[in-house]
Design a protein around this ligand. Structure first.
Ligand code: F3S
Length: 404
């Protein structure tokens, strides 16, 4: 691998121990994946922020790196933590967990990373441009950045994303290269996709069929950013989808619609039957629902507004949580949406998500979701899961039952 003289100096430890350690990780990965050189990155998203996943060993690892002079060089954001950083006490998180979680956050802050704590950094100021090389770790955000924005990132691990932020570079392999962004499979959608969760069923099914193959999707006439966010997130969870192209909708999808010979690609067909099967496969849980959780990936303001309007003047029997970023929560507060949701018995939680938070401690057993990614991970954690449209989930929150 070709390194510049500055990169060689970093690797030799001439810029300090923290930078040397970062460069060792980047170079080692580059060698494993056959990269010829490093490329500068314009932004980094770090995953592995919850104390639930990191444990004490993770805190030690981060503190050591921070103390060795590991400081980020490029704009960097953090994935969700294990709790709402401001309202954790009121929500009922264990103070011992909170103390450890805050230690994790301060180690990241010592590295120069602000505690953004969201998996939708592109809704909170970390917005790459088309063609930018970036190093993001959160799988749903990777899928969004590659597919919807047309930036270029591999799915980084926690340490490799931090390393990229510290040296401002990543190794050029995988989705940084044109040849790996070409579609390898053609998905023909031959049914109506009626909103957020239907896009989730397509993503969920796509990940199961394709693993991590890049797809070219036809048959979708319109899609909101939230729907595309959900499509990629579900595909990343059930398979490992890091890049998909939607004919005439996503930026590279528009390019491939002119150049791609879809007949040469392996063809998959998604019909009403496949859509229904995904809902049915996931919907094996109990009919009693004790938590309805929205916001995977983190809810946009539009989603919070939709839910607030649906629960206005209602009294909920099940708990209702909306997980989102701090900026969305604050704006929702200014708009009075939090009041509407709280009056119904629900709440907006920022900085965290149900998957990386210790929600078993709250006694929840049966959870209803509108997201394929929440469904995938929460089912893997042993919860009874029901997945349906946003309106089905609202109904479950009102009645405390899944009666679809
Ligand atoms: Fe985000 Fe958590 Fe879902 S990190 S994508 S809300 S599982």
């Amino acid at each position: 691998m070709q390194l510049t003289s500055e990169e060689e100096a970093m690797l030799a430890g001439e810029h300090g121990e923290g930078i040397q350690k970062a460069m060792e990780i980047i170079v080692a990965l580059g060698k494993i994946y056959g990269a010829e050189r490093l490329v500068p990155v314009t932004s980094v998203q770090v995953a592995g922020v919850s104390y639930k996943n990191l444990g004490d060993a993770g805190i030690e690892f981060l503190e050591e790196w921070a103390n060795a002079g590991g400081k980020v060089k490029v704009p960097t954001t953090l994935n969700p933590a294990g709790m709402d950083l401001d309202d954790w006490k009121e929500i009922g998180f264990d103070p011992r967990f909170a103390e450890k979680q805050l230690k994790v956050i301060s180690a990241f802050q010592k590295m120069g990373i602000p505690p953004t704590c969201t998996c939708t950094p592109y809704l909170a100021g970390n917005i790459p441009k088309f063609g930018d090389h970036i190093a993001w770790a959160e799988s749903s955000a990777v899928s969004y950045a590659n597919s919807v924005i047309g930036a270029r990132t591999n799915r980084e691990g926690g340490p490799s994303a931090i390393a990229a932020a510290i040296v401002g570079r990543t190794a050029e392999f995988g989705y940084h290269l044109d040849e790996n962004r070409m579609p390898k499979a053609w998905i023909s959608v031959e049914t109506e996709l009626g909103g957020f969760s239907d896009f989730g069923t397509l993503g969920y099914w796509m990940g199961k069929q394709l693993g991590n193959k890049v797809s070219w999707i036809t048959g979708i006439n319109r899609a909101t950013n939230d729907e595309l966010k959900e499509l990629g997130a579900s595909g990343a969870a059930s398979g490992g989808i890091a890049l998909y192209h939607v004919d005439e909708i996503t930026p590279e999808g528009r390019i491939y619609s002119k150049t791609c010979q879809k007949e040469r690609l392996e063809k998959f067909v998604f019909t009403e039957r496949e859509k229904r099967e995904v809902y049915e496969t996931i919907g094996q849980g109990s009919t009693e629902i004790d938590l309805v959780v929205f916001g995977c990936p983190h809810a946009s303001l539009e989603e919070v507004k939709e839910i607030a309007m649906a629960v206005k003047n209602k009294q909920l029997k099940a708990n209702l949580w909306i997980t989102t970023s701090k900026p969305v929560k604050e704006i929702a507060k200014r708009m009075g949406l939090n009041r509407i949701i709280e009056d119904a018995g629900g709440r907006i939680l920022s900085d965290m998500c149900a998957v990386v938070s210790p929600i078993k401690n709250f006694g929840f057993k049966s959870i209803a979701v509108n997201s394929g990614k929440y469904a995938w991970y929460l089912a893997n954690q042993g919860f009874n899961i029901r997945m349906g449209k946003t309106s089905d989930c609202i109904e479950a929150a009102i009645t405390g039952r899944w009666e679809k």
